[in-house]
Every structure is written in C-alpha cells, then in structure tokens.
Design a protein around this ligand. Structure first.
Ligand code: ARG
Length: 400
C-alpha cells in the first residue's frame, strides 16, 4: 500500500534536511520537499537535488518572488508595516506565502500532512500553522524540530548516521533568515543584549563608518503607493528592491538592532538588515505627507500599528487584515509621484518630492509674493476654536 504523503517546507539547511528523514522514519510517510524562492539568492537547483538525495520522494522549487512582491510587500508598504516601529517584518510576511504554497501542493498531490522546520520558541511556527488551519484545516501538521528533542550535537549525529550532508568547515555562529525584503541575524553573541553586535553579523550593509563620504541620491517614482521606477528608469518590483538593497547597503543604510517582543511571550534580541525597505518606507511616508489630507494621515498610523501586529502574529489570513488592506488601498489611490532620497553614512532621508496629487499649495503656504491667503479669515476661526477653552477657564477663575 502506498504511504501517505507529507509536504515539508524545505530550505536545504540541516534542520529541514534531517526533518525529511525523521518524518519518513517516525511517521512512516513519503515526504515531498518544497523549497520556495522569495528572493533569497541561493542555489535552488542544488537545494532541489539535495532534497531528493536526502530521501524526499519528490523535491520541487517554486519561484514566488514576484508574488511575494505584489501580494505581500506591496500591501506592507501601503501600510508602512513596521513591527514595534523598527522591524519591517519580512520573515513574518513570507511565512503565509510559504504555507499557502505548501497547502496548494498538498491538496494537488493528495497529501494528508504538512510540515515545517520551526522550533517551539519562535513566531514562525504560529505563522505556518495559522495559515494551514485557515486554508486547509483537514491537513495534519508535523513540526519535527519542536517534536524531536535533539540537541545540535545529536542532530549532527543523526545526520551523519543517515548520510545527510552536514555543512563542513567553520559553522556560522549565527542563524539567519533572508528574503527580498530583508535579512535577520540571531543566535551566538547576539543573544546577549548587553553587548554590541559584532561587525561580522552584517552582510548586506557596510558600517556607516566605511560608507562613502559623499551622499548618494536616488529618485523613486511611486504609482499608487508602490515603486515603479528608479532614477526615471522603469523597473519591476523585485529588480527595484534588489537594486535598492545594493545601493542602500553600500551606504550603510538599513541596520536595525532591537529587543523584540515575540508573540510567544519571549523577548529576543534581533538584528535586521533592510536597506531597500528602509529607503522605500521613508520615501513612501514622505510622499504620503504630500498627498494625504491631515485627517487621513493622522488616522492611518493607528491601523498601521494594528496591521503590523496582525502580520507579525501570523494572522495574515484573517478578516481584519483584509479589511485593513482595503482601507490602505483606498488611501494609496493618490500616492503617485517622485521622492528624492539622500543616502549618507547610514541615513536615508527624503529631501525632495513632487506629485500631480500634491496638496501643497504655495499660494496658501508662502510668506512671499505668491501669497493668496486672506489672514482676516483667521480671526473668526480662532474666536470659535478658542470658545471651549475660553468658557472653561472663565468659570474656573470665577469659582476659584
Ligand atoms: N524575530 C523575527 C520574526 O519573528 C525574525 C525571525 C527569524 N526567523 C527565523 N526562522 N530565523 O519575524
């Protein structure tokens, strides 16, 4: 009788390679290894082959970079997504996409199980499993790294016993997660928040001290809240984001060093490198300040914060996220125009902006010759505006 099937989210690393064999042995299942490219520059053909070699009955790679950009990064930018005002939440954004593809493959192949390589201490397990439960609750979930109770050494022994390649040479002291929108660095000395992170943790960004002494300017064109051109040259989202990762990284832009509150209640010390996200979020916010009316601009951050929490907490496939997306999309209709960013030794500052939808009116704002504002109107406005303060204070003075 054919064995039941399990679709594993496969990265090609040690944990998920061991997981292929471990699931096959401990659950008596055939394992399909599914690697998904969300813009990390890796040898995906090598990963596919490794999946097979390690024991998957089928090993496949899906390139989901365009989809990640259009369906996840685009709404994230519209919502200025920043968890705890610092983290662009790129790991959180990618997980529902990975899980969504897993579910699709599982249903296509008639699999009964899905599996991921997350541990029991992090947020990613939640993000995967909420998505499984939202999209296909009949699928059973296996989380080997949460179940097997192996130390790192035991895991390496297990790998060696089963002919699973163990990375040779000096192992990186860090654990990283990378996609188009950013790179995270955890573990090793980084776990001690009282110590400054060592320089070798950073890969995408140079130290601001080493960055050029002259600023670099980039002009970003937005169409309804999403970047479509760099210095006047039209570019697809992934290419544009990659280019900004490179330009920003060269200028030391996009390093984040924070203490973060995980959904599972643990505080963790995190390093992130997000040059493109840092530049684009700053440019996007700046353009919004030109084209959004005051009330919308002041209200939007409440929903942005809620949105950031929802995404970080793994609730991508939840009705509130969709409803907030609809609000955000409405606000982005006029977020079209150009922003010039000045990148200099770690900083990314918007220094100029234009838009056909600009609400800036020189005649109203100017103190120069262009002035068209009638100041006499201000007097009546102030009388009425001041009324509550005037009455209340008068009563207080009388009553003591
Ligand atoms: N703390 C971040 C988050 O929860 C980054 C997690 C990195 N994930 C990983 N599997 N290394 O989104």
């Amino acid at each position: 009788m054919a064995k039941e099937l399990c679709v594993l989210a496969y990265s090609g690393g040690l944990d998920t390679s061991v997981a292929i064999r471990w699931i096959a042995d401990n659950y008596n299942l055939d394992v399909i290894a599914l690697a998904i490219d969300v813009g990390e520059e890796k040898d995906y053909e090598g990963i596919r082959q490794k999946g097979e070699q390690v024991g998957a009955v089928e090993s496949l790679v899906i390139n989901a970079t365009d989809e990640f950009c259009s369906d996840y990064i685009r709404p994230a930018l519209a919502a200025n997504l920043m968890y705890e005002n610092k983290y662009a939440a790129f790991t959180a954004l990618a997980r529902p996409l990975l899980a969504q593809h897993q579910v699709r493959v599982a249903l296509e192949r008639g699999a009964q199980y899905v599996a991921h390589g997350c541990t029991g201490k992090g947020n990613d397990q939640v993000r995967f499993e909420v998505t499984y439960q939202a999209l296909a609750p009949q699928l059973k979930c296996i989380a080997p790294a949460r179940e097997w109770n192996m130390t790192r050494e035991q895991e390496i022994d297990y790998a060696q016993e089963h002919g699973i390649p163990v990375p040779v040479g000096k192992e990186s002291p860090y654990s990283t997660d990378t996609n188009l929108w950013g790179r995270s660095i955890e573990c090793g000395i980084i776990e001690d928040p009282s110590v400054e992170a060592p320089e070798d943790a950073w890969e995408w960004t140079v130290s601001p001290l080493e960055a050029p002494n002259e600023p670099t300017y980039v002009r970003i064109t937005f169409d309804q809240g999403f970047p479509v051109a760099l210095d006047g040259q039209s570019m697809a989202g992934p290419a544009l984001i990659s280019a900004l990762n490179e330009i920003g990284g060269r200028n030391g832009v996009g390093r984040t060093n924070m203490l973060e509150n995980r959904l599972v209640g643990i505080k963790s010390r995190e390093l992130y490198e997000t040059p493109a996200a840092t530049i684009l979020l700053a440019a996007h916010r700046d353009l919004e300040s030109l084209v959004l009316d005051r009330d919308t601009m002041h209200f939007k951050p409440y929903l942005e914060q809620r949105y950031s929490e929802l995404v970080y907490y793994g609730l991508w496939f939840a009705p509130l996220r969709e409803a907030i997306d609809a609000f955000m999309a409405e606000t982005q209709k006029t977020v079209t125009g150009e922003v010039t960013m000045k990148l200099y030794k770690g900083s990314a500052e918007a220094v100029a902006r234009t838009s056909d939808y600009s609400l800036y009116d020189l005649g109203l704002a100017s103190y120069g010759d262009a002035d068209t504002f009638d100041p006499s109107k201000a007097e009546g406005f102030i009388d009425i505006w001041a009324l509550p303060a005037k009455v209340t204070n008068a009563v207080r003075r009388e009553r003591g």
